[in-house]
Design a protein around this ligand. Structure first.
Ligand code: FAD
Ligand code: NAP
Length: 332
C-alpha cells in the first residue's frame, strides 16, 4: 500500500555519488533514505573491470557497487527500490513522488541521478534496439559469439566496449567520426594492439540495416564525413557508445543548469540554485565524469546538507541511525 515517508535527507540515485552521500549522511545522523532508481548501482554496473578506483588495482564494476550499497546500509541508510517521478522543489519539506505510489517528504534533497547513454537518434537505431542495437556491451555482448560487431564512438566507453566485445565477436569495427580518439592512452594502446579490432576513421553511422523475419540486424550503412561516400558493413550487433547525457529531468526548468542539461552547483560546493537541494556526480559534471569524482561530490553533498539542516535547526531532532555491521560482513 502506498505510504508517505518523511526523512531529513532524501538521496535520489544509487551510483557512487548517491551511496557515498548515504555513508556520510548516515554517519552525520541525518537518517537518510536513498531511492535507487531504475539502475541500482548506476553506470558502473554496465562495465567489467574498473582499474582506477583507489585501493583496488582491479575490481568488477558491479561488485564495487554491491560493496558500496552494503556500506551505506551498514551505516544505517534506508535503501528503497523505487524511481522518483516528480520532485516538488517549491514545497517545504520537499515532496518527491515514487513510481510505486509512495510519497517521500524531505528537509533536504541530494540529487545524484547521474547520466544515461546517448543515442544517435536514427529511426533504424530505434527500430532495432533490443534486436541487435545496444548501448551496453557487458549486458548484451554475450549474444554475439562468433559474430561481427560494430561500435560507434571514440571515448573511453567506446574503446572499452570494443575491447570487451572481442571476447565474443569474430571481428569488431570501431567507427569514429574523426581520426583521433578521446579515450585514455592506455586504452588506445590496447585497442590498436588488438588484432580483432579494425578502426574506421572519419565515418558516421547513417542507418542500421536489418531483417524483420526474424527481426535482427544484418549490417550498418556508414558515410565518410569528408567525401560523403557510403558503404555497408555486415554485422549482427551495433553498440552505440557516444557518451552520456545528465539525467536532470526531475529538476528541468526548476534549477539553474550549465552546458545544456547539467545541474549547476556553486563552485566548490554541491549547492544548487535552490536552498536545501544539493547535487552531486555526473549530473553536475561535464568534464571529469569518473566514479571517484562522483563519490567525492557525494561526500560534499552530505556535508553540505548537514550544514544546511543544522542552520535550519533540523538536526537535533534526528535519532541516531542504526548500524548494521552484519550487512557488511555478509556483503549484503
Ligand atoms: P550514476 O552511476 O550514473 O548513477 C545514477 C543513479 O541515479 C542510478 O542508480 C539511477 O538508477 C539513479 N536515478 C536516475 N534517475 C532516477 C530517478 N528518477 N529516481 C531515482 N533514482 C534515479 N568511471 C571510472 O572512474 N572508472 C571506470 O572504469 C569507468 N568505467 C565506465 C564504464 C562505462 C561503460 C560507463 C558507462 C561509465 C564508466 N565510468 C567509469 C564512469 C562512471 O561510471 C560514472 O562517472 C559514475 O558512475 C557516475 O556516478 P553517479 O553516482 O554520478 O551516477
Ligand atoms: P565521451 O568521452 O563524451 O565520448 C563520446 C564519444 O562519442 C566521442 O568520441 C564523440 O566524438 C563521439 N560522439 C558523440 N556524439 C556522436 C555522434 N552523434 N555521432 C558519432 N560520434 C559521436 O563519452 P564516454 O566515452 O561515454 O565517457 C563518458 C565519461 O565516462 C568520460 O568522462 C570518461 O572518462 C568516463 N569513463 C571512464 C572510463 C575509465 O576510466 N576507464 C571508462 C568509460 C567512461 P568526438 O570525439 O568527435 O567528440
Amino acid at each position: 500500500m502506498a505510504e508517505t515517508r518523511h526523512t531529513k535527507t532524501l538521496i535520489i540515485g544509487s551510483g557512487p555519488a548517491g551511496y557515498t552521500a548515504a555513508v556520510y549522511a548516515s554517519r552525520a545522523m541525518l537518517s537518510p533514505i536513498l531511492v535507487q532508481g531504475i539502475e541500482p548501482g548506476g553506470q558502473l554496473t554496465t562495465t567489467t573491470e574498473v582499474e582506477n578506483w583507489p585501493g583496488d588495482t582491479e575490481v568488477q564494476g558491479p561488485d564495487l557497487m554491491i560493496r558500496m550499497e552494503a556500506h551505506a546500509k551498514a551505516m544505517g541508510c534506508e535503501i528503497i527500490g523505487d524511481i522518483i517521478t516528480e520532485l516538488d522543489t517549491d514545497a517545504r519539506p520537499f515532496v518527491a513522488k515514487g513510481d510505486s505510489g509512495n510519497i517521500y517528504t524531505a528537509d533536504a534533497v541530494i540529487l545524484a541521478t547521474g547520466a544515461r547513454a546517448k543515442w544517435l537518434g536514427l529511426d533504424s537505431e530505434e527500430a532495432y534496439k533490443g534486436f541487435g542495437v545496444s548501448a551496453c556491451a557487458t549486458c548484451d555482448g554475450f549474444f554475439y559469439r562468433g559474430d561481427e560487431i560494430v561500435v560507434v564512438g571514440g571515448g573511453n566507453t567506446a574503446v572499452e566496449e570494443a575491447l570487451f566485445l572481442t571476447n565474443f565477436a569474430s571481428k569488431v569495427t570501431l567507427i569514429h567520426r574523426r581520426d583521433e580518439l578521446r579515450a585514455e592512452r592506455i586504452l588506445q594502446d590496447r585497442l590498436f594492439n588488438n588484432p580483432k579490432i579494425e578502426t574506421l576513421w572519419f565515418h558516421q553511422l547513417d542507418e542500421v540495416l536489418g531483417d524483420d523475419n526474424p527481426k535482427g540486424v544484418t549490417g550498418v550503412r556508414v558515410r565518410h564525413t569528408g567525401t560523403g561516400e557510403t558503404r555497408d558493413i555486415p554485422c549482427k550487433g551495433v553498440f552505440i557508445a557516444i557518451g552520456h547525457a545528465p539525467a536532470s529531468e526531475l529538476v528541468k526548468d526548476k534549477v539553474e543548469m550549465h552546458h545544456g542539461d547539467y545541474v549547476r552547483v556553486e563552485p566548490g560546493t554541491t549547492r544548487t540554485s535552490i536552498p536545501g537541494l544539493f547535487a552531486a556526480g555526473d549530473l553536475t559534471d561535464h568534464i571529469y565524469r569518473q566514479a571517484v569524482t562522483s563519490a567525492g561530490m557525494g561526500c560534499m553533498a552530505a556535508l553540505d546538507a548537514e550544514r544546511f539542516l543544522a542552520e535550519q535547526g533540523a538536526i537535533s531532532e534526528t535519532p541516531e541511525p542504526e548500524r548494521h555491521d552484519e550487512a557488511v560482513a555478509a556483503g549484503e
